[in-house]
Design a binder for this molecule. Structure first.
Ligand code: PMP
Length: 427
């Protein structure tokens, strides 16, 4: 048995059968630095996938901040400590003035769980609207939002799913204003349906970049009329920034800012601590206090001094190394490169994305836009064989997901594109 097969068997025995890994031949990673990863055989991979090590794998400033705080003090969160206050002050300064308080958590799932309960506390209702190809996490409440795995016992009836927006195949068949109207109407219909139900309407929860849905290019201000409809109906807009947040889309620090809306609640996770488990919920004081009153929430680890030191270091590095600007520049360059590949390879049906979150949707024929889902799997595995790690996602699971650490350079993009060119040519 090879070392990898042995590890897989041990993993299945100890962690359970469904702890799936990426790639046909899973990678056994032992070291990371910047945008590079190394496996146990010393092979080097370009990381085009990981948004968690946001400012680069094992960034020395983040490592140093964690080490320093861990060797000074780490406790639960019932004591006074400046770390959490300094961080929340610094974090909320990047939001609209109405979003000036926060609860820190350990994961994005917890953050979304809290956000749903905030909407319940404010509205007294429990009905929620989400898209039909979303993922917002793994708690019992949040799992109800995802249609990927029907919960044991079925859906609770309080969630209405609207079609995930798809700029390549716009709802109603027409792009632009007509698409915006069609999608807004779908949400309005879901609001009306919940309002008539025993649950009532509490919130719309969306990733403003629709990352898991395949990061579609959408008409400008796509979400503006929807946000207005939600507010008019007395509900809350919850924006899940776990994926687009912290400058990834290049043009803005937050996905909702790019979308031109001000949500009532924002949830954060993955990139926040560069791999250290820290997440958060940002909202206004009134919503936060309504939630505290209704739920008396406490989180032992959320916002502990070490997590806050890690999260603060991430903000420092983002600023010092101008990584949002880098995402904008390198992302635009890479998307241009992908578009050039589309001239050569008919399988690329659509190129899209923003900043360092982009990719290509692979189709069997451009006229019909038939998803090339199996081929997308082959491409991802082919890239991995050639030393480039990326993923795939979207409504049809046929969009390459390229979402590297933020210090990704134009040279890295050229390397990724040249390998992709080879892999597509070899199909
Ligand atoms: N929201 C979104 C949009 C996500 O993609 C994820 C994780 N993939 C989560 C929430 C859940 O975050 P976590 O795994 O930290 O609980």
């Amino acid at each position: 048995m090879s070392n990898n097969q042995e590890l897989l068997a041990r993993r299945e025995r100890l962690l359970g059968r469904n702890m799936s890994t990426f790639y046909q031949d899973p990678v056994h990673l032992v070291k990371g630095e910047g945008v590079w990863l190394w496996d146990a055989d010393g092979r080097k991979y370009l990381d085009c996938y990981n948004n968690v090590p946001h400012v680069g794998h094992c960034h020395p400033k983040v490592v140093e901040a964690i080490t320093r705080q861990a060797s000074t003090l780490n406790t639960h969160t019932r004591y006074l400590h400046e770390g959490i206050l300094d961080y929340v002050e610094r974090l909320t300064a990047t939001f609209d003035g109405s979003l000036d308080t926060a609860i820190l958590t350990c994961t994005g799932s917890e953050a979304n769980d809290i956000a749903l309960r905030m909407a319940q506390a404010v509205t007294g209702k429990t009905g929620v609207i989400a898209t039909d190809h979303t993922y917002h996490g793994n708690t019992a409440a949040v799992s109800q939002l995802s249609t990927r795995m029907p919960p044991v016992g079925g859906f609770g009836g309080h969630v209405r799913h609207v079609p995930a927006p798809d700029g390549y195949r716009p709802l109603g068949g027409e792009d632009g204003e007509a698409f915006v109207r069609a999608w807004t109407a779908a949400v309005e219909e879901a609001i009306a349906s919940l309002a008539e139900s025993p649950f009532g309407f509490s919130a719309l929860i969306i990733d403003p970049f629709f990352a898991n849905e395949g990061f579609p290019d959408l008409p400008e201000n796509f979400l503006v009329p929807v946000a207005a409809a939600v507010k008019k109906a007395g509900g809350l807009v919850i924006c899940d920034e776990v994926q687009p947040g912290f400058g990834r889309t290049g043009s803005h620090m937050w996905g909702h800012q790019k979308a031109g809306i001000v949500p009532d609640v924002v949830t954060l996770g993955k990139p926040m601590g560069n791999g250290h488990p820290v997440g958060g919920v940002v909202t206004g004081a009134e919503t936060l206090n309504a939630f505290r009153k209704a739920f008396r929430y406490f989180n032992t680890f959320g916002g502990n001094p070490v997590s806050c030191a890690a999260a603060m270091a991430v903000l420092d590095v983002l600023e010092e190394e101008k990584l949002q600007d880098n995402a904008r520049e390198v992302g635009a360059y890479a998307v241009e490169g992908l578009a050039k590949l589309a001239d050569k390879h008919a399988i690329i049906g659509n190129v899209r994305g923003s900043g360092l979150f982009f990719g290509a949707e692979l189709v069997l024929d451009r006229a019909e836009k038939t998803p090339a889902t199996d081929i997308a799997t082959r491409v991802i595995n082919g890239m991995r064989e050639r030393g480039v790690l990326m993923g795939k996602l979207g409504i049809h699971q046929n969009a390459t997901k390229i979402r590297p650490p933020m210090p990704f350079t134009k040279e890295n993009a050229d390397f990724m594109l040249s390998i992709l060119d080879d892999v597509l040519a070899g199909l």
